[in-house]
Design a protein. Structure first.
Length: 444
DNA sequence: TCTGGGGTCCTAGGACCC
DNA sequence: TCTGGGGTCCTAGGACCC
């Protein structure tokens, strides 16, 4: 490979940009509490079953990485500070981040809170080169958000993303750097460079697929580039095989998609102490249903398909789902379906995780929840639950709107359902007096 | 070292319709 | 009476991403 640094690419050579904020959650925590600066800081679950979501560079020096169990991280770094995570705060920063990208071009696609792909082609008429765009972005993110980031430029998403990974501190390959914190893989280097990467570096190759590929004698991207696609398809499925072979050859047809429709939404929780009784699981169903119902209404959508997922202490998971002839966004309606699904599962093993998900969305205004004249089969829990759910959805519509309005004005904890309070061992009286508006008091 | 919580997509089989 | 093949919807599970 050549030792001279690459020249600045043209728009034709590098139309796609990828930005990735460095150690995002941890960096936000340090900004909000400067006394943390220079210390090994993580965001994640501190409890026994917690994992690390984001680690500062100090923490990484000790070998701490995201997705690592917190107990392991603590072992590696006894002084590690693990913070619980304030996702509302990260969202605020994320919005600002997107705002900065949007000022450059509206043709961008967020990936989680801390990454963005942007299509730079609309900048042609302004005569902006990709490196200028990357510098501008880095500068503004530094000044306005006080965050560091890495930028990758490429002729497609594949190369842009692989490049931004190379821009990170401690990873830098100087042959690829075109500016401070900006990486581009030139056409001359492209083929040789990607060939030398391990298969695990490719998008879509996780631990399982990597193991399968290794068993097939495929360790490097160059091995994948030569493999027979049909043979690979027998082991990985048609779609995965086609994608990986294309990536290995540097081909990636994915476009920057500005508006992605939300397809599912849900809430799950791993319990510090596994649930052992049906009653506990049913009670958690109602709690999850409340979270999901509010999220659905926030999106102005109703869901026809409700799924529950349970994970047991042996880490085995199982899911059950039910599609309704109508959409729901009411807490009691969701609870009714979710509890019926849970009741259909053998709960002889302790439950460490319960998840409740909603999908098959309809616009709220398109939903047709007619009253049913179907005869419900006696003893069929699912059908009974569906009819129960229909009644809740129809009958509580105006009450639900009123409660949402109160929550919007006075905070999420301002109103609750009496049965929830009872299940938490609280007395209804707490809703009166000083708690009438929730802990924060009335907002504005 | 033992795995969170927010999502996405793919696969495969069965039911049902034409 | 027994049969085919394609399309669509639903369910369940698995893997991946940040």
């Amino acid at each position: 490979m050549s030792n001279s640094p690459a020249e600045s690419p043209s728009l034709e050579e590098a139309p796609i940009l990828h930005v990735d904020l460095d150690a995002f959650f941890a960096s936000v925590e340090i900004l909000d509490d400067p006394s943390l600066r220079g210390k090994p800081v993580c965001v994640g679950g501190a409890a026994e079953r917690g994992v690390i979501a984001s680690a500062s560079y100090e923490a990484r020096r000790h070998g701490v990485k995201s997705a690592m169990p917190s107990v392991v991280a603590r072992r590696l770094c006894p002084d590690l500070i693990i913070l619980p995570g304030r996702f509302d705060r990260y969202e605020e920063y994320s919005h600002q981040f997107h705002g900065v990208v949007n000022d450059l071009t509206p043709d961008y696609e967020p990936l989680g809170l801390d990454e963005v792909f942007a299509d730079l082609r609309s900048l042609r008429r302004l005569g902006v080169r990709p490196l200028d765009a990357a510098r501008e972005l880095r500068g503004r993110i530094r000044e306005e958000l006080q965050l560091e980031c890495g930028v990758g430029l490429g002729r497609n998403k594949l190369f842009a993303k692989l490049a931004s990974k190379q821009s990170k501190p401690h990873v830098v390959d100087h042959q690829l750097v075109v500016g401070e914190g900006v990486v581009w893989v030139s056409p001359e280097l492209e083929e040789r460079w990607i060939a030398e990467l391990p298969v695990r570096a490719l998008w879509g190759v996780g631990p399982q697929t990597a193991t399968k590929l290794h068993q097939l004698g495929l360790r490097w991207v160059r091995d994948l580039a030569k493999v027979d696609e049909e043979t690979l398809a027998r082991h990985l499925g048609a779609a995965m095989a086609a994608t990986l072979v294309a990536y290995a050859r540097g081909e990636d047809e994915r476009t920057v998609t500005v508006h992605r429709e939300l397809k599912s939404l849900g809430h799950d929780q791993t319990f510090a102490i596994s649930l052992t009784s049906l009653e506990e699981v049913l009670s958690q169903c109602r709690h999850h249903a409340g979270v999901v119902a509010r999220a659905l209404r926030g999106q102005g959508r109703v869901a026809r398909t409700i799924s529950v997922v349970l994970r047991f202490d042996d880490l085995e998971s199982l899911s059950r789902s039910q599609t309704l002839p109508f959409g729901i966004d009411d807490e009691s309606a969701l609870t009714s379906v979710a509890q019926a699904l849970v009741r259909s599962v053998d709960l002889s093993r302790p439950v460490r995780l319960l998840g409740l998900y909603a999908s098959s969305f309809l616009e709220r205004s398109d939903n047709q929840v007619q009253l049913s004249f179907d005869v419900v089969t006696e003893g069929d829990r699912r059908n009974e639950a569906i009819e129960q759910s229909r009644e809740y959805q129809v009958s509580s519509a105006s009450l639900r709107d009123a409660l949402d309005d109160i929550r919007r004005r006075y905070g999420a904890s301002s109103v609750g359902v009496a049965s929830d309070l009872a299940s938490q061992g609280l007395r209804i009286e707490r809703q009166r007096g000083s708690h009438a508006f929730g802990p924060e008091g009335p907002v504005k």
